[in-house]
Design a protein. Structure first.
Length: 148
């Protein structure tokens, strides 16, 4: 069972950097008490297109399921262990990380490349249809728009 973490190698361009960044987002940086193994982190990155936020969210759900299997223990009020709180905390972490993946993680959304070049082209053919062309009475001047 391998566990590695290097806080000087945190990036998303190398495999080791992605592994360390994923561990950091998950909060799994203590080598004496690892939550997941390196192979599991690498698998999570592979399943999530190397997006560290989504991989960390995926692993947070895995760790949450691990703690959900455990039962809460209370020894006459002297000692208690609440695994359900740990499970809930990791589910909340997973939801936060999924939100961060959508906002800051990139690799999600739509990219419209070349729009500026198309708009700069002034000798384009006029379209056959235009907005509000069927308004009554119609505006036949193509240079004046009805909705402005």
């Amino acid at each position: 069972m391998a566990f590695t973490y290097d806080d000087t190698d945190l990036d998303t361009t190398t495999a080791s950097g992605r592994l360390n960044s994923t561990r950091l987002l998950l909060g799994d940086t203590n080598s004496s008490e690892p939550q997941v193994q390196d192979a599991e982190v690498v698998f999570a990155l592979g399943q999530n297109a190397n997006n560290v936020y989504l991989a960390a969210a995926w692993l947070a759900r895995v760790v949450s399921m691990k703690y959900a299997r455990e039962v809460d223990i209370d020894l006459d009020g002297i000692l208690s262990v609440n695994y359900s709180q740990l499970s809930k905390a990791y589910i909340d972490l997973a939801e936060d990380l999924e939100y961060q993946a959508k906002v800051a993680g990139g690799k999600l959304g739509i990219y419209g490349g070349g729009i500026a070049a198309v708009r700069a082209n002034t000798n384009r053919v006029e379209p056959s249809f235009r907005r509000d062309q069927f308004w009554n009475p119609p505006n036949y001047d193509s240079n004046t728009l009805d909705y402005e």
